[in-house]
Design a protein around this ligand. Structure first.
Ligand code: PMP
Ligand code: GLN
Length: 387
């Protein structure tokens, strides 16, 4: 047979987590917390099971949860999503992304993606027969310490065959966020084009230094043709539950649900009931940025005292650091070496590039996840100080 994805191997997150576990290394690679969710949330799951919520929930998600999601989007972003027709609970942000791309991308359609990008975007587009059009960000340099999106390059990438533009802010892996100026640029780029926006906002509640999350849902002109995706895994420290959602206008949601119903049909009932209760209290998601900012600061300060050079992170639970004072290995080899020799697993940023092995995809950068207990971060820093 002919592979449909001949150039795709096993995702870097699995590769690095497996290596970390074999080596008993501290895993600052794959993005997941090493601590438990709020016990109250766990109790709500047990209660939901005891109350009998153990059979198929409705295909698009239970109504109570969709109502909470719509209410939150209204409260935070001023968005008006109808919970019945415009909110869908999915198997993580992953399934929302896959279902949306399958629903809308046809053979030969172009999809603009900004590089570096989360590793599922390209294979998802290619499986649907679409053609990824990759727009590189400007890499950090001496005059500018973070990655930057050049919106003019995004504009230039758009043509008659463009079906969709994929966005991901707060951005994995660079930790950059959107500003109002970015939203202005986007508005002017997509105006009158009919291009759909697929906005992966998995880290919407993790934005630092007093900034606020600039959701696509804040601008009616953008939201009118956008699918906005989030993940409870990131927000409530439950990545293993695989529950997320997407919000989109009714006509778009109808198409996404056609795929969702045959991909997974629905997602686990007890968790949906627990989340619907838990979401009534905004404190957990409103407090998440401060919670993670302290961890960002801890890891940033710790790394700054080693030969790693941390870059600023404005959001997500990741930060990038340069390792050129330690090694000139390409990023994937460096990540492996660091795991084997120093017992700390990280992710090579080159894995978020179309051609991970190419010199232009390697900037001497590693991605560190700081969704970890302080003791884990401290032990990792102590090990990294020896590198
Ligand atoms: N998008 C981005 C940018 C992510 O970082 C992740 C996971 N870390 C996902 C999507 C997938 O989220 P989920 O685990 O909810 O499927
Ligand atoms: N999104 C997570 C990360 O960037 C990984 C999720 C996964 O392994 N599928 O590390």
């Amino acid at each position: 047979f002919e592979s449909k994805l001949p150039n795709i191997g096993t995702t870097i997150f699995t590769v690095m987590s497996q290596l970390a576990s074999e080596q008993q290394a501290i895993n600052l690679g794959q993005g997941f917390p090493d601590f438990n969710p709020d016990p109250r949330l766990l109790d709500l799951v047990s209660a939901a099971m005891a109350e009998g919520h153990n059979q198929y929930p409705p295909m698009p998600g239970i109504v109570a949860l969709r109502e909470e999601i719509a209410a939150k989007a209204h409260k935070l972003y001023g968005a008006n999503y109808d919970p019945l027709a415009e909110v869908t609970v999915t198997s993580g942000a992953t399934e929302a992304l896959m279902a949306t791309i399958q629903a809308f991308v046809k053979t030969g359609d172009e999809v603009v993606v900004i590089e570096p990008f989360y590793d599922l975007y390209l294979p998802a587009i290619e499986l649907a027969g679409g053609i990824p059009v990759v727009v590189p960000m400007q890499a950090p340099d001496a005059s500018h310490p973070t990655y930057r999106v050049d919106w003019q390059r995004v504009r230039d990438a758009i043509g008659p065959a463009t079906r969709m533009l994929m966005l991901n802010f707060p951005h994995n892996p660079t930790g950059i966020i959107m500003t109002e100026t970015d939203l202005d640029a986007l508005e002017s780029i997509v105006r009158d084009t009919g291009i759909m926006l697929l906005s992966d906002e998995a880290y919407e509640h993790i934005v630092f230094d007093g900034n606020i999350h600039q959701s696509i849902a804040r601008r009616a002109s953008l939201a009118a043709n956008a699918v906005v995706i989030s993940s409870f895994g990131k927000t409530y420290h439950t990545t293993g539950w695989k529950i997320g959602y997407c919000c989109a206008p009714q006509a778009l949601t109808a198409e996404i649900r056609k795929v969702h119903q045959f991909m997974v049909f629905t997602v686990p009932s007890p968790m949906q009931h627990a989340l619907a209760h838990y979401m009534q209290d905004p404190k957990p998601y409103l407090g998440l940025s401060d919670f993670y900012q302290a961890k960002r600061d801890r890891l940033h300060a710790g790394l700054a005292a080693t030969r790693f050079q941390p870059l600023p992170s404005q959001g997500t639970f990741f930060l990038l650091a340069r390792y050129d004072a330690i090694s000139d290995l390409p990023e994937a080899e460096f990540a492996r070496w660091l795991t084997l020799e120093h017992g700390v697993a990280v992710i090579p940023v080159s894995a978020f590039y179309r051609r991970p092995d190419a010199p232009e995809s390697n900037h001497g950068l590693a991605r560190f996840c700081f969704a970890k207990q302080d003791a884990t971060l401290d032990e990792a820093i102590a090990r990294l100080a020896r590198a």
